[in-house]
Design a protein around this ligand. Structure first.
Ligand code: SF4
Ligand code: SF4
Length: 84
């Protein structure tokens, strides 16, 4: 599943540079995750790096973007230009 940032975000900017897919950016009020780019870090790391660093634990799985590990792996291959 892609992850999402809730309105508990304090705009600390710690997560943005940690994302290997460039999926995190500053939104109008809080930071946002592009669900088309978030692979839950599948393909890069064993754990979601943004969740690891967020000091207020406001990053959760998005109920609107349910994806299996296989789908996340396929998304990683597409994003990185390795999809056959
Ligand atoms: S889980 Fe990984 S890919 Fe998704 S937004 Fe967080 S750091 Fe980026
Ligand atoms: S690390 Fe957490 S609090 Fe900081 S900008 Fe990212 S989502 Fe917001």
């Amino acid at each position: 599943m892609a992850l999402m940032i809730t309105d508990e975000c304090i705009n600390c900017d710690v997560c943005e540079p940690e994302c290997p897919n460039g999926a995190i950016s500053q939104g109008e009020e809080i930071y946002v995750i592009d669900p088309n780019l978030c692979t839950e870090c599948v393909g890069h790391y064993d754990t979601p790096q943004c969740v690891e660093v967020c000091p207020v634990e406001c990053i959760h799985v998005s109920p609107d973007h349910k994806e299996s590990k296989e789908q996340l792996q396929q998304k990683f291959l597409v994003i990185t230009g390795q999809a056959g």
